[in-house]
Design a protein around this ligand. Structure first.
Ligand code: DC
Length: 222
């Protein structure tokens, strides 16, 4: 069984997908982590950003980004080393949407993502999981959330717990900038699959969000 969870940046897809997978005993695949790892590896390798459009499969192979099955998740390795928070740095945040808009990069990752789908019960999250990667997924969810609430959640994640309006506005603008690139790109843009269940999480607690998806998954046979 494959459950696809898509949605914009900061909608809580990854943490929700991870919790849903844990509850169902499935494996979680965070596809954004692979786009982030490629971006991080390209920055580390000093590949000039203005030349990324010309990246081909051979150069992508040489970055050596891999998804490795582990209990209940996939680890992401770059040149044999499992990566962690370095792929979530502000620098990677600022460049990853540009990397993810490159057709050769998406093509390169499609094989790796589909291969992961062959490893058994899966909850995969991203932007095009239900539309392109697993169009035959058993259950498709599309999470949406107001930009200011997404910004507040992001800031909370970074340990910024008070609520300075300016900071929230700035973060919301950054998230909307990424949404625009992700939604406006020619290849596999961010959009709900026609058969996806759309869930607005703005007013939901994390628990409510996870419970509603687990319930849908159980009704779908999980
Ligand atoms: O979900 P995230 O913020 O970790 O995703 C990082 C970037 O990767 C985001 O800008 C969009 C892109 N992405 C994508 O284009 N397709 C996916 N399936 C997953 C992520």
């Amino acid at each position: 069984m494959i459950i696809a969870i898509d949605g914009p940046a900061g909608s809580g897809k990854s943490s929700t997908a991870k919790a849903v997978a844990a509850e169902l005993g499935f494996r979680h695949l965070d596809s954004g982590a692979l786009y982030r790892a490629i971006t991080w590896a390209a920055l580390e390798a000093d590949l000039p950003v203005e030349e990324w459009m010309q990246l081909d499969a051979r150069t992508l192979d040489s970055l050596d980004v891999r998804s490795i099955p582990a209990p209940y998740r996939f680890d992401v390795a770059v040149r044999g080393r499992i990566v962690g928070d370095e792929i979530r740095s502000p620098e990677v945040n600022a460049h990853v949407s540009r990397m993810a808009a490159i057709p050769a990069v998406r093509e390169w990752l499609l094989g790796a993502l589909r291969e992961a789908g062959r490893s058994g019960q899966l909850v995969a999250d991203g932007r095009d999981i239900g539309t392109v990667v697993f169009p035959d997924a058993d259950l498709k969810l599309f999470l949406v959330c107001a930009p200011e609430e997404r910004a507040r959640r992001r800031l909370r994640e970074q340990g910024i717990t008070d609520d300075p309006a300016d900071e929230v506005r700035r973060e919301a603008a950054r998230l909307q900038g990424r949404d625009e690139i992700d939604s406006g790109r020619a290849v596999a843009p961010l959009l709900p699959a026609s058969d996806a269940v759309v869930i607005d999480t703005t007013e939901l607690t994390f628990r409510e969000q996870v419970d509603s998806i687990v319930e849908l998954a159980r009704s779908a046979g999980a």
